[in-house]
Design a binder for this molecule. Sequence first.
Ligand SMILES: Cc1cc2nc3c(=O)[nH]c(=O)nc-3n(C[C@H](O)[C@H](O)[C@H](O)COP(=O)(O)OP(=O)(O)OC[C@H]3O[C@@H](n4cnc5c(N)ncnc54)[C@H](O)[C@@H]3O)c2cc1C
Length: 378
Amino acid sequence: MDLTFTEAETAFRDELRGWLAENRPGETPEGEDAAYQWRRDFQRRLADGGWAAVHWPVEYGGRGATLTQSAVFFEELARAGAPLPANVLGLMLAGPTIMIWGTPEQKDRYLAPIVTAEEIWCQGFSEPEAGSDLAALKTRAVKHGGEWVVTGQKVWTSGAQYSKWCMLVARTDTEVPKHKGLTYFLLDMEQDAVQVRPLRQITGEAEFNELFIEEARIPEENVLGGVGNGWKVALTTLMNERAGLAFFLQVRLRQLLDRLLAQAAERGQLDDPVIADRLGELHLKAEVLRLTAYRGLTQIERYGQPGPEGSLTKWMWSETNQQLAQLAADLIGPQALAAGTPWSYELLRSRGNTIEGGTTEILKNIVAERVLGLPKAR
Ligand SMILES: Cc1cc2nc3c(=O)[nH]c(=O)nc-3n(C[C@H](O)[C@H](O)[C@H](O)COP(=O)(O)OP(=O)(O)OC[C@H]3O[C@@H](n4cnc5c(N)ncnc54)[C@H](O)[C@@H]3O)c2cc1C
């Protein structure tokens, strides 16, 4: 692993830093809808400056950035206090999946409005009885003439309330083994047959939703990657989910830790050896996380495919972030628990970290089976 940037990487970072200095995102406005609109506006500015989709090929409106440049992009974004682009699921998941599996017509139709945040995307995978075991999903799609008719329920669908399109995986064949009977669809959310109901979280926000789908229509040309091939297409989406965000998350973690360190210093708590020990451990974990994220990059650059580091960094980040929020509550005391304070938000929001994007138990299974070569649990 070589952590020295090349000249091109340093130039890329400096150009981006200059752009971010001139285009400061400002403070997050109050209220969920206002905050979302702010993220959407910021993505439009990124798109105008040619920065919204740096990791996409130039032919699709990206910059054709290398993996390291893409990592630098997310680090700098977090460092500047900028939000993740509003259409993060479109940019990180839907776009790359369409690039791999889409027809030329699908690429023409869907990619450009993702970059400009004109059309927002959500991910309709999880169901009430299918989360970790995604292939158990029951949402059914049946062909009628030239279109598919879909009925079922999805849950935890982040950003569905703002979305025009949904990456929907549904069962098209019940006669074959469960992984083989799935198809990946591009579902237009703007129809009465799709009802979006917000789910309020412990933070008070409603980031995600239930989707009730009652005979929704999907034209034949909105199948992605072929009928019955949905499992493979969904895996492309999931690989991108774990690969991209590690750099943004590790910088955010570092920033939170620095904020906690400063607050502990102000309160004269650094002389307490137990507190110093707990802060030191978090510092170490934040560094290990950063280096593991870079090791993952080296792995992809060298071997052309992601190694187990994606699962490792997600697992390490989520547990470290929870420990950090807990330590903040211990140090700051009851004030950290008062509703609406930044630390109360971190404490409550971090509970979901070990579930979203793959639970820690599932990530541990991946590491056990694919890295350590241990026997399969089932
Ligand atoms: C903030 C947030 C946002 C989300 N956004 C989206 C979204 O936009 N789109 C979407 O489709 N989904 C989304 N999800 C859903 C998420 O992907 C699922 O919650 C996750 O995959 C787990 O599925 P589940 O909730 O059904 O739990 P289950 O799979 O039912 O798991 C329950 C428990 O059993 C454990 N478990 C399950 N199987 C095994 C096993 N084989 N070995 C060991 N332990 C096991 C799990 O680790 C967990 O502790 C989101 C979740 C959160 C928290």
